[in-house]
Design a protein around this ligand. Structure first.
Ligand code: 5GP
Ligand code: ZN
Length: 115
C-alpha cells in the first residue's frame, strides 16, 4: 500500500535487515531495538492491525506464529524464551499501521508487558 513504510520494506524501497522471507511473510530487525533481539514479523498483505483481520486471514495469522517458532529456532532463542507483542491502536501506541508482531528476546523480560 502506498505510503506504508512496511509495504516499502516489503517491496525493497526501504532497506531492512531481513531474517526470514517467503511469499507471505517477512521478518526483519527493528530499527530501534527494545531488546538484544528485536524482530518484526509481518504479513506481506497490507492489513492495518488486528481489527482488520478477517476469516480470510486465519491461515496467514497461524502461519505468522509458526514462522516466529521457526525464527526462534534459527536464532537459538527457543530455550531461553522470548516475548511476542502486537500493538493495536492508539492506546497501545501503534505507530506503523501495518500489522506486525514484535519478537523480543535476549534478556529477561519484566513482569509487565513492555515494548
Ligand atoms: P509499533 O509501535 O507500531 O508497534 O511498532 C513499530 C515498530 O517499527 C517500532 O518498534 C519501530 O522502531 C519500528 N520501525 C519504524 N520504522 C522502521 C523502519 O523504517 N525500519 C525498521 N526496521 N523498523 C522500523
Ligand atoms: Zn503496508
Amino acid at each position: 500500500m502506498e505510503d506504508c513504510i512496511f509495504c516499502k520494506i516489503i517491496n525493497g524501497e526501504i532497506p531492512s535487515e531481513k531474517v526470514y522471507e517467503d511469499d507471505e511473510v517477512l521478518a526483519f530487525k527493528d530499527i530501534h531495538p527494545a531488546a538484544p533481539i528485536h524482530i518484526l514479523v509481518i504479513p506481506k498483505k497490507h492489513i492495518e492491525n488486528l481489527l482488520e483481520v478477517t476469516d480470510e486471514d486465519n491461515y496467514l495469522i497461524g502461519k505468522i506464529y509458526k514462522t516466529i517458532n521457526v525464527i526462534a529456532g534459527n536464532l537459538g532463542i527457543e530455550k531461553d524464551g522470548f516475548r511476542v507483542i502486537v500493538n493495536c491502536g492508539k492506546d497501545a501506541g501503534q505507530e506503523v499501521m501495518h500489522l506486525h508482531f514484535h519478537l523480543l528476546a535476549g534478556r529477561k523480560m519484566g513482569p509487565k508487558i513492555v515494548k
